[in-house]
Design a protein. Structure first.
Length: 304
């Protein structure tokens, strides 16, 4: 039996499960990948005992969002762990580590699977893949991974440039976290904090961003402009400006939007397009987070 929860990129099981109503009913699966980290969302009702085994080329983290009356037995490296499945729990299996899992009990099970390619971690840290040795952790509460999975879930259907950059930044943070928190004891952990940008490169990049606010901006384009990789750009950008590229661009777009709202009679939808947001609702979402009010309320308040 293949793994019904969650998806694995090199053991594609979602199609089988959709038709295997004796194991999981009303199953729903969705996936998206950012910079070597795939998020797989699963939401299913487990209606009979099942067992499956896998050995993946990717590191695999399960995150439980909600469940009722379902338990796991996990056998790995000859050891059997009887695991209660509870919201907030995480279960990590390193790449190329054979794992056998059984479900016990029936009930609803919803959560996420994070499949992380070893080369993604190596790229973020700047070391060979062979130097990365992670250990399994089951029935563990990892607040960072839990929150990262929730944030990626919120970005799953968003296709704008900011969401893509936020997803890539979260993917890099997940890679760094796995390296720092799941490396085997005694490993010599290398710092991933890159050097800041030179004054020339920082000026070149900020000029590009300011001139491109109304257009779609990507990490790959910015990295290419400076002769860097997207991963190294995120680290150097944060070292230089104290924020991620996505956060910086959001700030600049909101500054420009505020200026247009208070100095022109331009319609709010037009303002949104002028500063690079997808539409009025996209602008309003970020505007409320920053100003605790909608763009129309700010305009009315400033003109009162």
């Amino acid at each position: 039996m293949n793994d019904p929860f969650p998806l694995s990129p090199d053991i594609r099981i979602s199609e089988q499960l959709r038709i295997d109503a004796t194991t999981a009913k009303t199953a729903r699966f969705r996936t998206r990948t950012w910079a070597g980290v795939e998020l797989g969302l699963a939401d299913a009702y487990v209606c009979r005992q099942a067992a499956w085994a896998w050995e993946s080329e990717q590191h695999h983290m399960r995150v439980i969002f909600s469940t009722s009356s379902v338990r796991f037995n996990i056998k790995q490296l000859g050891n059997v762990e009887k695991i209660s499945v509870a919201p907030g729990r995480t279960y990590f299996t390193p790449a190329r580590c054979c794992c056998v899992t059984e479900t016990r009990g029936t009930g609803h099970l919803a959560g996420a699977g994070l499949n992380v390619h070893p080369s993604a971690i190596a790229d973020v840290i700047g070391i060979p893949r062979s130097d990365i040795d992670l250990r399994p952790k089951h029935q563990y509460s990892d607040p960072f991974v839990w929150q990262a999975a929730l944030q990626l879930r919120a970005l799953l259907d968003d296709t704008d440039d900011l969401s893509e950059m936020l997803g890539q930044t979260l993917a890099q943070a997940i890679c760094l976290h796995l390296y720092r928190e799941y490396s085997r004891p005694g490993a010599s952990l290398k710092s991933s904090r890159g050097p800041g940008l030179s004054i020339h490169l920082a000026s070149k990049l900020t000029d590009y961003i300011n001139e491109s606010l109304s257009e779609r901006i990507s990490l790959s384009e910015m990295a290419s402009l400076l002769g860097m990789t997207p991963s190294s750009l995120i680290q150097s950008f944060r070292s230089t400006f104290g924020v991620t590229p996505a956060q910086y661009i959001i700030d600049k777009r909101l500054e420009r939007a505020t200026e247009l709202l208070t100095t022109t009679d331009m319609g709010i939808s037009h303002v949104a397009a002028e500063v690079g947001f997808c539409d009025n609702s996209h602008l309003t979402r970020y505007f409320k987070r920053r100003h605790n009010m909608a763009p129309s309320e700010l305009r009315k308040h400033r003109r009162a």
